[in-house]
Structure formats: C-alpha cells, structure tokens
Design a protein around this ligand. Sequence first.
Ligand code: ATP
Ligand code: MG
Ligand code: MG
Ligand code: MG
Length: 559
Amino acid sequence: MRQSRMFIPTMRETPQDAESLSHRLMLKAGMIKQMASGIYTYLPITKLVLNNIEQIVREEMNAVGGVEIHMPVLHPKELWQESGRWDAYGRELMRIQDRHDRDFALGPTHEEMITALLRDELKSYKKLPLTLFQIQTKFRDELRPRFGLLRGREFIMKDAYSFHSDEASLDETYNDMYNAYSKIFSRVALNYRAVEADSGAIGGSHTHEFMALADIGEDTIVYTQGSNYAANIEKAACPAPESIEINSSEKVGKIETPNVSTCAALAEHMGISIEETTKTMIMRIGNDYAMILLRGDHELNDIKVKSYFKTDDVDFATDEEIRNLLNADPGSLGPVNTDLPVYLDYQVRNMQDYPTGANESGYHFINVNHERDFEVEDYDDFRFITEGEMVQDGSGPAKFMKGIEVGQVFKLGTKYSDSMNLNVLDENGRSVPVLMGCYGIGISRTLSAIVESHSDDRGIIWPKSVTPFDIHVITANPKDAEAVKIAEELYESLSSRYRVLYDDRKERAGVKFADSDLIGLPYRVVIGRGAKEGKVEVKARNSEDSMDLAIDDVLQYLE
Ligand code: ATP
Ligand code: MG
Ligand code: MG
Ligand code: MG
C-alpha cells in the first residue's frame, strides 16, 4: 500500500484532551477520529488492526465449534420487555423510534435477540449443544465515555451464546470458551489475567473476566502471590452478610441485603449516576424499602456500601407516589415505609426482573444526593478488601493490580430461557428450559488495550499478530530518482510475501521517520544514500539498532 494513497492523519502535537496513553497514541498515529463523545471513526490503520483481531477471534471461536451469524442492531422493544430489561437496563440503553412511533433499542448486547431466534427454531434437545457468535457494533450510552476506544458509546464486540440441555454440556462449553479466550488474548499479545467475577445483575452462577493488566484499567484485581487466586475486587471482597442491623432506624429493623457488587452492577444497569457525588439506592426488600448509600470514588468499581440509614430532612414520598413511580400493581408491593427519603429527580425503574442475591423480587432505586439530602452513619462491615488482608480462599494476603476488562464468560443458566420461553423437548418428550452461556470480547477495547501496553516514547510497537502491515518501506529522499527506483522495486518484491506500507510521500526524511515510529510497524526498511551501493537500512521497531543490508538479503533477513 502506497502511503501517498493512504489516509493516516498523524499529529505532531500531543493531543491534550486524551486521558490515556492508548488514546493519545491512537490520535497521534492518525488511527481514530472522534465524531461525538464516545463515538469514533476507525481510520485505515485501526480498521486493519481490527480485522486482524477479529480474524484471531473467529479462528478461536470456530475451533470450539462457534458458528458465526449477524443479528440486527435494532431490537424491538417487545423483546426487551419480555426479559424485563427494557426498564431494567436503564439509561445505558439507547432507544429510538421508527416512523410508526414503534420503539426500538440499539443493541447493547444480544441475549433477547438470540433467545427469540432460538425459541422459534429450536424444538428438540437433539439440536444441542449449539454455539452462535457474531462480531458487531454495540451501543451503550455510557455515563462517562472515555479513554478513546476503551469505553465508547458505539463499539465493536464479539458476543457468543451457547445453548444446552444439561449442566455438563454448559460446563464443557464454558471451559472451551475460557480456553479459547486465553488463546485469543495470548495471540494478540496482551498481558492478561482471568479473574473470578461477580455475576451481578445478570444473575447466573459462574463467571470470569479477562483482564488486560494496565494501570489505566478501571477494574481492581485482587490476587495473591504464588497462588492461582485472582478475582475482581467486586467479587473478592463482598462477603454479603445474611442480614445487617440498620443503624438509625427502628422502623425498618433488620433487613436482608444483597451483596455489594450486585448493588453496583444494578446501579450501573440502572444508569444511576454514581460519579462525582455519593449516591444512594432505595431497594425494596420484602415489605420494606431500605436505603443503601453508595460511596463512589468517581468509579463504579470503587463503590462501597457504607451504611444504611434513614433521615428526616428530605422530601417524603407517599405509598401512592412510590407505587406510581414504580408503575406497579399496588397489591404486589405490600406496605411501604413512607418516612424513608426519596428524592424524585431520578427516574425510577422497576427491578422486578432481577433475581439476584438475597432478594426475591422488586427492588427499586431512587437517586439521592449524599450530604445535600441526608446525614450518614458509617457501617463499617461493608467495605472492599484492603491490600494485605487475607483473601477469601486463604491463599495469602491480598495484592492489588489494575485491569482492563477485555472479555467476560458467563453461565447464564435459564434466566432468558425462563423469561422468554426458550424450551426444548428432552429425551422423555418433556418441555425443559434451555441452559445458556454468553461470552463477550470487546474487540475495539482489545485494540486499545494492545496499544496501551505496546509502545515507547516514539509511538506504537505493534505485536506481529495484529500489526496493520509487516514492513514499512521508506524512501529517505524522494528527489533521489535512483533510490526511488530501487525502493519501488523492493516494494514490489516484498509485497509478494508481506503486507508492506510504502512511504512514497514527498516529505522530509525526518517527518517520515517520526511517522514511521508513531505507526509502529515491526520492521522498517529505509532506502537512502547507500542504495546506489546496493545497501538499505533495516531496523526492527522494538530495537534501537539498525543494520545495513544488501538489498538481496532483505527478504532473507525478514524470514
Ligand atoms: P465494563 O465493566 O467495562 O462496563 P461490561 O462488563 O459492562 O464492561 P460486558 O457486558 O461484559 O461489558 O460486555 C462484554 C465486553 O464488551 C466487555 O468485556 C468489554 O471488553 C466490552 N465493552 C463493554 N462496554 C464497552 C464499552 N463501553 N466500550 C468498549 N468496549 C466495551
Ligand atoms: Mg458496562
Ligand atoms: Mg464489567
Ligand atoms: Mg463484563
């Protein structure tokens, strides 16, 4: 590919508004262009790398029996109502209407779509197990899009879904996927760790996240030296007690509590703002509403449940107001404590369909601002593990590191089969719900994670497995006709074996070298003054040393 025909708008200046290394590098290397917050055009270099990552993902999905499909971006509201997530997903779900005023979601994930597909097509257990996957654009109206492609509002995900008639089969595919993910992240040269994760709002029994280790990561990994223990802090440190005493309220008394990360995940799904200020959730537990204070350290994963409380100095909602808000059948709600604080500037959504934690059904969140609306009494049993404390499995004192969640594997069980009626006939002709697993990889996030961990102060250093081109051929002086001729010939001959980017631009050598380092291809071949003597300069991007080689030896050297 001739660079004069490419579109690689590199920057000389370091972009000031970029908040992470990969974001900065990708802007500087002319890889992405922001069109709106969290929404990017992938420029040619990015597109080539995405293709390579997708190809690796496809190969490993196929290797474990995954079959590729392509589902719509537009999801009819009715399907999301069936699963309960039209309301429960909250503000992260992007919604639009067609010309007939019908509601649609822009798919943030595809459990509803695939369950609807399979319930129409799948009749017998004999068709199982089945694993389908797609690579597709997803939409999530993230509270705070940031770090370039690491947290976008429109991004590319590989999502796979597996279907089973028994647990053993689900276990087997889960393990296959776990291993496939390990291969994928090794192949794309990420330093990663698989960690136990909390199943949070999605429910289900078993889940792991794949974390690319990086300081910029938004997740905290708890691990111990010399053991296999590694868990997301949300999972590691939330030993949800059976019940807790509510500090200041004799009215509510003892209540059961879901675990902390469930709250966090629910809050995230609700789209509740938990940045900047500390927020609370109101949950309906049994017949009571209880408040939980989330102390956010500007990050979802730093949420700590600090206390339960009640307060007198905020607006009160009546039973009726709460019921209206929840849009629920009054009979199903039971008595409500009217003197619990409710601050009504946040939309309340019905959480009826989240079968999580210690709660049976029906918990609801209302946003309240700490300090403005109430006082707090600390309840110190609820906190995340701190560094040095013994971890849950007793394998040693907790150590922390930061990770970027690049993938997650999940045993869903029958959550969607139950709510959306995905059943098959078993051997005895009985109708049974299908067991499901789901498995996601952030393709565009993975790309950013690779850049985050493969660079030096001059630019990106692409791992060979995903590099957009293998070799950068550069004419040092475009006015030197003889050298240009040699460069053209070398470009032609290398192109038969390699993907070559040929910098034929009429630019100064210094500009070309700076761009070349920024773009970061594994090898650079410079055709300069030595060309007349049949010599070119070859340099590997990850080495400081270059060498002069006879033109005829270049191919051999690159082998
Ligand atoms: P996070 O905790 O970072 O918000 P998630 O747990 O909500 O991610 P999943 O629902 O597990 O994400 O989606 C599967 C994968 O999609 C994630 O592991 C991640 O790699 C990717 N992903 C999720 N949200 C984004 C986003 N906003 N931008 C880019 N990639 C994303
Ligand atoms: Mg998320
Ligand atoms: Mg997550
Ligand atoms: Mg996840």
